[in-house]
Design a protein around this ligand. Structure first.
Ligand code: PLP
Length: 281
């Protein structure tokens, strides 16, 4: 089945879908994106991802290309046309195409919008979660507004490739104080040596992960000991459990960090319980 993308008002075959070479997303990474997970035909955390998309646009002063209701209709139609039941829907909005100039283009320049949707290998994702993932640490080299979900992802790409080349799935960025910020495409968590669930507090330093928020809420509802406080890589290595959260991976255990085994090297009970609760299992 050939895939279909929505580009600036039209549904087109993915293989011939295109945007201008003058697009500011291509020229300057002047563009934001959002990703929703779909499992069993159900879209997860629909509102929270939409809210973050609007916030990213507002922070960069990019004009929303359409109303939320229209965007939701386009997303659902893109999912339908691609027969997506277990996968993701992706939205990217750039400041549009204009003669190359660092300053914003003339008011009225139409933003570029692209929507795609694809199925993911559900069995592979479940297998990864059952086994747990390996993580490496990487120096934090990103810009200081990581709360904006911009396509300015080069440090993330390089760190993730570094992880892959070392046989790991994710890299955790470590800031100038030795504290973990987050993963290249996930938030970072531990159950520390005292049994306290910890993840870094919200600030400009990290993306305000929607899955992070949902998992935090579950933990608080279950009266778990939770602290929104950063941790060092050393604390992570000696933690009882470590895990990541992201739309497409829910909560997935990290069983090794920089070659050091976490706990007994298997996904821990807290991670498993939070994952099951989040997935509604
Ligand atoms: N942190 C970064 C840098 C990300 O790119 C992502 C998701 O792609 C996340 C965290 C997790 O966010 P969410 O749970 O909203 O998918």
């Amino acid at each position: 089945m050939s895939r279909i993308a929505y580009v600036n008002g039209a549904y087109v075959p993915l293989r011939s879908a295109s945007v201008s070479i003058m697009d500011r997303g291509f020229q300057f990474a002047d563009s934001i994106y959002e990703v929703w997970a779909i499992r069993g035909g159900r879209m997860f955390d629909t509102e929270a991802h939409m809210t973050r998309l609007q916030r990213s646009l507002a922070e960069l002063r990019i004009t929303p290309p359409m109303s939320e209701a229209s965007l939701m209709a386009v997303m659902r139609e893109t999912m339908r046309r691609n027969r997506v039941s277990d996968g993701i829907v992706y939205v990217q909005v750039s400041r549009g195409a204009a003669s190359r100039d660092h300053v914003f283009p003339a008011p009225g320049t139409a933003p570029t919008i692209v929507v795609t949707a694809k199925n993911l290998d559900r069995a592979a994702i479940a297998k990864r979660a059952a086994a747990g993932i390996k993580v490496i640490s990487a120096p934090e080299t990103r810009w200081r507004r990581r709360d904006i979900k911009s396509v300015n992802l080069l440090p993330n790409v390089l760190a993730r490739q570094g992880a892959k080349e070392k046989g790991a799935f994710e890299a955790w960025f470590v800031d100038e104080h030795g504290l973990v910020t987050e993963g290249t495409s996930s938030n970072a968590w531990i159950v520390d040596s005292n049994g306290v669930l910890r993840t870094r507090e919200l600030s400009f330093d990290i993306l305000h992960g929607v899955t992070r928020g949902a998992v935090l809420k579950i933990a608080q509802e279950r009266q778990m000991k939770v602290e929104e406080r950063p941790f060092t890589i050393e604390e992570a290595k000696t933690a009882r459990e470590a895990f990541i959260t992201a739309a497409s991976n829910a909560a997935t255990a990290a069983i090794e960090i920089d070659g050091v085994r976490i706990g007994d090297g298997k996904p821990g009970s807290v991670t498993e319980a939070l994952r099951a609760a989040y997935l509604g299992a």
